[in-house]
Design a protein around this ligand. Structure first.
Ligand code: LLP
Length: 432
């Protein structure tokens, strides 16, 4: 159990509210976000990354989970925000999030997105390729602005993680290849320095996601600092900012052994300081972009159990009222989750069951072979650690409306995103 989750009278409570009450008030499936837990993690990142003392920045990766309420929370906690699309940017803007604290990512931003970003005044574009730099320069010219940019570099560091979500290796659709003599990056830097409406502020890399080791961050930091050093020596230009991306791993199941947040921030701070000392360089302002590790463990998805199919000696399927529409990760990445029988948490676990979703697809299995107390239709099942890439990757497959999202804290539940209705599911359709 993470954050404020606990068991009271054999019922799961989050933010001091029992989930039976939440199910009654908001129905199921329901995304429950533990607000205090999110805030605690934000503060641990902010403090341990020395944001106050060193002006370092923690830019939450919005792709993990972004709503207006989440943006408000981030602004209150003093975090920056990484967005990757016009839609995420619009969400941040609509919430009143300070635009100068936004980093705009993406390997293929459209002209409209670039335009919106410049117009709204995002702090920095993390540019991925020449095509984008040229577009950006011409759009910034129209607005009479000089746009700050970071160059995204692929440092060639390979972190051990699921193949689909590895982005730091050389064969990547992201960024400029920065390995070897870093000539490629030097050339790009040189070219950007010639453009009137672009200001090269920093370099950026991201070595992957759900990474447990700390060493890859040291390697990446050294590679990036070496490029900064080369740019200084060969182009006489000082890059003052460095963004080392996100990817810090979290616990989903007993196979996962994440390090503490403070271990990741420490290795980054220490290795940067060490390199800069060795090379007599000024220490750049650092940014990290955690997404999953801020919201992942704070999220729980609450379902109601419906049909149960027992195939003797083969398997017992327990079907819930959601599935791959609200959590596609098991189907897409073979991701493993843990769950509890939320209305009878501490019963004797003498059944092994498979939790199935309600989508018309055999692969819509949320959890295979989990030990639970004897389960009945109408029970509440809570799947844990669904806060990252659950709601944000949700979809309307089978025209199933998306669940509501609530923030819970100190015995109060705040609805931050309404449950979709059937009207919502057809709202863009034209009845010819
Ligand atoms: N910065 C950049 C440039 C990224 O590409 C990502 C994630 C992050 C930060 C945040 O990484 P995090 O701290 O959340 O690991 N849908 C996949 C994850 C895709 C991650 C893509 N980039 C999943 O459900 O596991």
């Amino acid at each position: 159990l993470f954050g404020t989750s606990k068991v009271e009278n054999n019922v799961l409570c989050i933010g001091n509210i029992d989930v039976i009450t939440l199910a009654k008030e908001f129905k199921t499936p329901l995304y429950i976000m533990d607000e205090e837990h999110i805030r605690n993690i934000c503060r641990r990142y902010y403090d341990s990354f020395k944001c106050e003392q060193l002006k370092n920045r923690v830019a939450y990766a919005g792709k993990a989970f972004l709503t207006l309420a989440m943006c408000k929370l981030l602004a209150q906690e003093g975090l920056y925000l990484d967005v990757v699309s016009g839609g995420e940017l619009y969400t941040a803007f609509s919430s009143g999030f300070p635009m100068e604290k936004v980093y705009f990512h993406g390997n293929n931003k459209t002209m409209e997105e670039v335009d919106l970003g410049v117009k709204l005044g995002v702090g920095a574009f993390v540019v991925d390729n020449f095509y984008e730099i040229e577009n950006l320069n011409s759009i910034a010219k129209v607005y009479g602005k000089k746009q700050k940019i970071y160059l995204r570099v692929t440092p060639g560091v390979e972190a051990h993680t699921h193949e689909y979500i590895k982005t730091g290796q050389i064969d990547s659709k992201f960024g400029f290849t920065g390995i070897g003599e870093a000539e490629a990056v030097l050339n790009v830097a040189k070219k950007t320095l010639e453009l009137d409406h672009i200001e090269l502020s920093g370099l950026h890399c991201h070595i992957g996601s759900q990474i447990f080791e700390t060493e890859p961050y040291r390697d990446a930091a050294r590679i990036m600092l070496n490029i900064i050093k080369k740019i200084k020596v060969e182009l006489d230009y000082e890059i003052k900012e460095l963004d080392l991306g996100g990817g810090f791993g979290i616990y989903y199941n007993e196979e996962d052994e994440p390090r503490k947040i403070e271990a990741y921030t420490k290795i980054i701070l220490d290795s940067v300081e060490e390199f800069c000392k060795e090379n007599k360089m000024a220490v750049p302002i650092l940014t990290i972009e955690p997404g999953r590790s801020i919201v992942g463990n704070a999220g729980t998805t609450l379902y109601t159990v419906g049909s149960i199919k027992d195939i003797p000696e083969v398997r017992k399927y327990v079907a819930v009222d959601g599935g791959m529409g609200d959590n596609i990760r098991p189907a897409l990445y073979n991701a493993k989750y843990e769950c509890v029988l939320a209305n009878r948490v501490e019963g004797k676990k003498n059944e092994v069951v498979t939790i199935a979703g309600k989508c018309c697809e055999s692969g819509d299995i949320l959890i295979e072979n989990v030990k639970l107390p004897l389960i009945e239709s109408g029970d509440l099942l809570a799947v844990q650690s669904t806060g990252a890439y659950g709601y944000s990757m949700s979809n309307n497959y089978n025209k199933i409306p998306r669940p509501a999202v609530v923030f819970v804290k100190d015995g109060k539940a705040k609805l931050v995103c309404k449950r979709e209705s059937y009207e919502d599911v057809i709202k863009n359709e034209i009845n010819l």
